[in-house]
Design a protein around this ligand. Sequence first.
Ligand SMILES: [Zn+2]
Length: 160
Amino acid sequence: MWCLMPKTLRAKALEKIQLLARLQAADDSGFCHCVTCGKVDHFRSMDGGHFIAKGSSSRWALEIENVHPQCKGCNSFSMKHGTAPHSYTLWMVDYYGRDFVDHMIATKKDVHKLYASDYRDMIEDFNQQILAHERRLGLRGSLRAINAEPKSPKRAGNGG
Ligand SMILES: [Zn+2]
């Protein structure tokens, strides 16, 4: 029986992608910089900040290209009331190129319907990537520990 509601799964997936974004950007000592003010801090002290707000785009809320490390000040106050959205746009254009950022903005209202199984696949994928980065940073043990991770049970009715 599947008992997690999609909303809970979405929250879990968002939590994972926000962690992955910080880990992915972290150097081997665990430090990364805020994409909007440049402050350098440990990934645990940073947020995973969305370029296109997660509440306003089902298309991009759970895409890693839309999530990057931000310090807490930039991610909370400055995205709403400060210059962070402007700085974030410039950073995105430098990092991905203008065409991709235009594409993100042009498609941000596209409806991207996700089912429970999609969220579960996504969470599993994020978990694998998180583990790989945690190993890189020396936060996890051997490869054997990863291979020993239990696979999620296969669900019946694997159609469609
Ligand atoms: Zn910042």
